[in-house]
Design a protein around this ligand. Structure first.
Ligand code: TRP
Length: 490
């Protein structure tokens, strides 16, 4: 008998827990800031409606219908489609490897919050880049492995292992805390942020659309990949989670609920971050778009600095980094569960705990490269390549296989037969045409760009790693898929 979630609520909690993560408080605000505040929000919301929600329904539906993880689900539709699941899992594994390192940074700051004065108080920039990361001048100089970071990374992976070591059973318990806690903590930060002097200016910048930026393909690409990343789509995670539902569970409402909860949290995080940026603009007397350099360091440089200017700095820093840690935890373990599910679909005899242990150990070891002095550069490169290519490709392939091979209508019939809210033919059009065409266009534009100009002017030798993480899994998947005879058992 396949394991089951204890209730529909638990399923919603785990799916929301996976979606809501560092992506909401770390990635979403820095992209919004980078693309001029309000300019980013509208493309993001459009991408959510047209692509995010239909795909979430699709992933929930296949997992629940096939009762298998990503590889098994696509394999049921046709043996040659199983590698789509493989690609999804590989992309997820690449993401989780660096994702846990970012959680590791949070652990270091979390511990630092207990010190007085705060270790970063004198110079947040220097503390992050020189003390935490021990960053080198570029990706060609590896530097050395940061000991504190390795210990933090180990702590992160040990926590993850203990969340998943009994699979669905242990996850169902942990999630009761790890999902709601960051929501509550973020509310505390929200009230702190909006009551700061200058917050209003920051929030205005955040919400006011700037239509002159709308024609930028970079903006649309960023919005789209953020939707995938934030909703955990294309990683085989939602498929695996839905496979532990009974076949008759309502789908549409669950999918919409998860998407809305995730968006709500991103929007809330935006208020926190832009409220603080507005305050800093006032304190430093500069325009809001000049306060900091946007980028992955936003959460680890601007925030600690802003918080250290306030009364109760240690307490608020603690809350902020605890929020980051718990946000990350249930997203990270969702991927481990996606891998465990796939492995156990094939080898039923292996205990959940054993697979979880192996996945965690390999995840830890793969993360070590990001703890070196060049770690941040590798993180940036791998994040860019995995999210812009592998993930988008998985999205396209999922739509083609469901839309054209399995039949969008057939899946929609199933969805409507179990769901309380029905979806219309529009969904078929999304899956057959709109999503695959949009994604393919963006993929080609991105490819053209990356070939024309090296990403972020990194040296070619470093970018080769990025191309490798794209090309090698795709090549394996292609050989695997093409060597199968197509025979459906669905
Ligand atoms: N959805 C998560 C977030 O917003 C990120 C995420 C997506 C993720 N896929 C993942 C994390 C795979 C780890 C592994 O933060």
């Amino acid at each position: 008998m396949r394991a089951r979630w204890d209730s529909r609520l638990i399923f919603l909690f785990v799916a929301i827990g996976s979606a809501v993560g560092l992506g909401n408080l770390w990635r979403f605000p820095y992209l919004t800031y980078k693309f001029g505040g309000g300019a980013f929000l509208i493309p993001y919301l459009i991408a959510l409606l047209v692509i995010g929600i239909p795909l979430m329904i699709l992933e929930f539906a296949i997992g629940q219908k096939m009762q298998k993880g990503a590889i098994g689900s696509f394999g049921t539709i046709g043996k040659r489609f199983a590698p789509i699941g493989f690609l999804a899992i590989i992309a997820g594994f690449g993401v989780v490897a660096y994702y846990c390192v970012v959680m590791g940074w949070s652990v270091i700051y979390l511990i630092g919050s207990f010190f007085s004065p705060l270790p970063w108080e004198a110079n947040t920039q220097q503390y992050f880049f020189n003390n935490v990361l021990q960053i080198t001048d570029g990706p060609s100089a590896m530097g050395s492995i940061g000991v504190a970071l390795v210990i933090a990374l180990a702590l992160v992976w040990i926590s993850i292992y203990f969340c998943v070591f009994k699979g669905v059973k242990s996850i169902g318990k942990v999630i009761l805390i790890s999902m709601p806690l960051p929501f509550i903590l973020l509310l505390v930060l929200f009230f702190r942020a909006i009551t700061l002097d200058g917050a209003v200016e920051g929030i205005t910048y955040y919400l006011k659309p700037n239509f002159s930026l709308f024609l930028s393909t970079d903006l649309w690409m960023a919005a789209l990949t953020q939707v995938f990343f934030s909703l955990s789509l294309g990683f085989g995670i939602m498929i695996a989670y839905a496979s532990f539902n009974s076949k008759s569970q309502s789908i549409t409402r669950n999918a919409v609920t998860v998407c809305l909860a995730d968006t709500a949290l991103s929007l809330l995080a935006g208020f926190v971050v832009f409220g603080v940026l507005g305050h800093m603009a006032l304190v430093q007397n500069v325009p809001i778009d000049k306060v900091v350099e946007s980028g992955p360091s936003l959460a680890f440089v601007v925030f600690p600095e802003a918080l250290s200017l306030l009364p109760l700095a240690g307490l608020f820093s603690f809350i902020f980094f605890l929020t980051l840690f718990f946000l990350g935890l249930d997203s990270a373990f969702s991927l481990v569960e996606a891998v465990t599910t796939v492995v156990r679909d094939t080898w039923k005899k292996i205990a959940v705990g054993t697979v979880a242990f192996i996945v965690s150990a390999v995840g830890f070891l793969s993360g070590l490269i990001f703890t070196t002095g060049a770690g941040l550069y590798f993180l940036d490169i791998i994040d860019h390549f995995l999210n812009s290519y592998v993930l988008i490709l998985v999205g396209i392939l999922q739509c083609i296989v469901i839309g054209w091979v399995y039949g969008a209508k057939k899946l929609r019939m199933y969805i409507n037969s179990v769901s309380s809210s029905r979806i219309g033919v529009w969904w078929d059009y999304c899956i057959k045409w709109v999503v695959p065409i949009t994604l393919s266009l963006l993929l080609l534009i991105q490819l053209y760009r990356d070939i024309q100009t090296p990403y972020e002017s990194y040296p070619q030798s470093a970018l080769a790693i990025g191309w490798a993480v794209v090309i090698i899994p795709i090549a394996i998947a292609a050989v695997w898929g093409l060597s199968q005879k197509s025979k459906s058992s669905a």
